[in-house]
Design a binder for this molecule. Structure first.
Ligand SMILES: [Zn+2]
Length: 435
C-alpha cells in the first residue's frame, strides 16, 4: 500500500519528511516495503514551499531479508524487498489522515494525502517534475489508479503526493535524515562542523556536504524545522555509517530515504519552444559580454534556436559568477537552468563550455597611416581619427586575449545548488570548485 503526502509544511516550521516518520510510527503493525521516498518536484513552480518535496512510503507485510533503514526512539526500522499481502486501503487511510491533520500547518499549506495499492502512471511524475500541472490532472490520474485521497484547504498537495506515488526510481540517490528532540526544535543546532567537513573524504559516495572554501556545513538547515541534518549520497549503506560518524546533540530519530535529488530529472533536454516555469538544457552562442548588474547578478545574452535569451548567474552563486564573467561573445556553451517568466531569464544551474571563440582586446589607439601620430577616439562607436590629417574611422590596435577559461562543465558552490541538480561529482566530471 502506497501512502504519499505533500504540502504539509509552511516555509519555516514543518518538514514533510518528518511526517513520513510519523506515518511509519502510526502503523507499527505494518512493515516498510522498500525505502521511504523523498521526491522533489518542479523547482520552478511559483507556489513551492521550502524544497518542494513530497514523500511516499509503502507499507505491507514484509517477506525476505530485513534491512535497517532508520530508528524512531528505541525502535529500529527495517524495510523489506517485497510484501506478502496488501493492507486494507480504507483502514490505512483512516489511520493516516489524523496524522497528516495533526502535523500540517493548516493556516499556511494545502496538504494532500494519497493511499493507493496501485501506483499512478509514471508520466504523472515526469510532468510534475518538469512542468506545472493542475490538481485536476493529478486527481484524474489518482482516480484511474483507484486511490483514496484526503485533503485540507485547496488540496494542492494532492499533486505532489500523486507524483511521489507515481515515481519509479530510474536514476536515484539517497538521503539519511536525522531529527531533533522535540524540546530542541527552534533552538540552535549542535552538530560537529569538523565531522561534517570530513564526510567527503571519509565517505566518497556522499555529496553536497560542506562548502570548503567558505568553510560552512551544507547539511544543517537554518530553519526551525525538526531536521537536524541530512546527508546525501549514492550508497545507502555508506550513508548510515556517515551519519554515525557525525557527533551531535541527541538524535531523536533518523530515516533513510531513496530520492530523485541530484538526478537532473527536472531538466527538459528535448524541446521546441522555451516555456517559462520549467528548466532546460539550452545550447547557444554568446551574443554579449557578461555584465554585472546592481545586486551582483551576472547576465549575458545567448543566441539559441528559440531566439535570443538572457542567462543569469545570481549573486548567491558567488564564485561561479567569476567563471561566467570569463565568457566572451562567440563562445559556444550549454546552459542548464530554470526559465523565469519575469524578467525572462534562464537562471544558470550548470554551465558546459563547449568552444571558446578567439577574443581580441584593445591594446592602444591606432597610429595615423599618413603622419604616424597617435590618433584620438572620435566618440563612442565612431572609431579613431587623426587631428592633424583628418583621417577618420580608424580601428584600435588589438591583440588576442589569453582566455582564462577551459572547455568543460562548471557548477555553483554547494549552497547555491538545487536539490534536483545533478552534482558534477555524480556526472563523473571533475568539479571546478569556486567561491
Ligand atoms: Zn595623421
Amino acid at each position: 500500500m502506497l501512502i504519499a503526502a505533500d504540502d504539509t509544511d509552511s516555509s519555516t516550521w514543518m518538514c514533510t519528511t518528518f511526517l513520513a516518520t510519523e506515518l511509519v510510527r502510526a502503523l507499527p503493525d505494518l512493515d516498510l516495503i522498500g525505502l521511504p521516498r523523498l521526491v522533489r518536484l518542479n523547482p520552478a513552480v511559483p507556489w513551492k514551499t521550502r524544497g518542494n518535496g513530497a514523500i511516499c512510503i509503502r507499507m505491507g507485510r514484509g517477506i525476505g531479508q530485513p534491512r535497517l533503514c532508520g530508528r524512531i526512539g528505541e525502535r529500529d526500522l527495517f524495510c523489506y524487498a517485497r510484501s506478502s499481502e496488501e493492507p486494507d486501503p480504507d483502514e490505512v487511510m483512516a489511520r493516516c489522515w489524523p496524522v497528516v491533520e495533526r502535523w500540517s500547518q493548516k493556516d499556511a499549506s494545502d496538504p494532500g494525502l494519497v493511499v493507493t495499492s496501485r501506483p499512478p502512471r509514471p508520466e504523472l511524475y515526469w510532468r510534475a517534475v518538469r512542468v506545472i500541472i493542475d490538481r485536476e490532472e493529478a486527481v484524474s490520474t489518482l482516480r484511474e489508479a483507484g486511490a483514496r485521497t484526503f485533503e485540507i484547504n485547496s488540496g494542492r498537495g494532492l499533486i505532489g503526493a500523486a507524483a511521489a506515488a507515481a515515481w519509479r526510481p530510474m536514476d536515484r540517490t539517497y538521503e539519511v535524515l536525522a531529527y531533533r528532540e522535540r524540546e530542541r526544535w527552534g533552538r540552535d543546532r549542535d552538530v560537529s562542523r569538523e565531522d561534517i567537513a570530513l564526510l567527503d573524504q571519509r565517505f566518497p559516495s556522499t555529496f553536497n556536504n560542506y562548502e570548503h572554501l567558505a568553510d560552512r556545513p551544507a547539511i544543517v538547515p537554518h530553519t526551525t524545522c525538526p531536521v537536524l541534518y541530512g546527508i546525501r549520497g549514492d550508497s545507502p549503506l555508506e550513508l548510515v555509517r556517515a551519519s554515525a560518524s557525525v557527533a551531535s546533540e541527541p538524535v531523536d530519530r533518523w530515516m533513510l530515504f531513496i530520492t530523485n535529488q541530484g538526478t537532473d530529472d527536472h531538466i527538459i533536454t528535448e524541446w521546441d519552444r522555451l516555456v517559462p516555469s520549467s528548466s532546460y538544457l539550452v545550447e547557444g552562442v554568446l551574443e554579449t559580454l557578461p555584465a554585472t548588474i546592481p545586486g551582483g547578478h551576472v547576465l549575458f545574452a545567448m543566441g539559441t534556436r528559440d531566439g535570443r535569451i538572457d542567462c543569469a548567474a545570481y549573486e548567491p552563486s558567488k564564485g561561479f559568477r567569476d567563471i561566467v564573467r570569463r565568457l566572451r561573445p562567440g563562445d559556444r556553451v550549454q546552459v542548464m537552468g530554470e526559465l523565469r517568466e519575469a524578467p525572462r531569464t534562464l537562471n544558470i544551474e550548470k554551465l558546459n563550455v563547449l568552444e571558446l571563440a578567439p577574443s581580441r582586446v584593445k591594446v592602444s589607439n591606432p597610429s595615423c597611416p599618413a603622419c604616424g601620430r597617435r590618433t584620438k577616439s572620435a566618440g563612442r562607436g565612431q572609431g579613431y581619427r587623426c587631428r592633424e590629417c583628418g583621417i577618420k574611422g580608424l580601428r584600435a590596435e588589438t591583440e588576442e586575449e589569453p582566455r582564462q577559461l577551459s572547455p568543460g562543465w562548471y557548477e555553483p558552490p554547494v549552497c547555491a545548488r538545487r536539490h534536483l541538480s545533478k552534482p558534477l561529482k555524480r556526472m563523473g566530471v571533475q568539479s571546478t570548485i569556486v567561491v
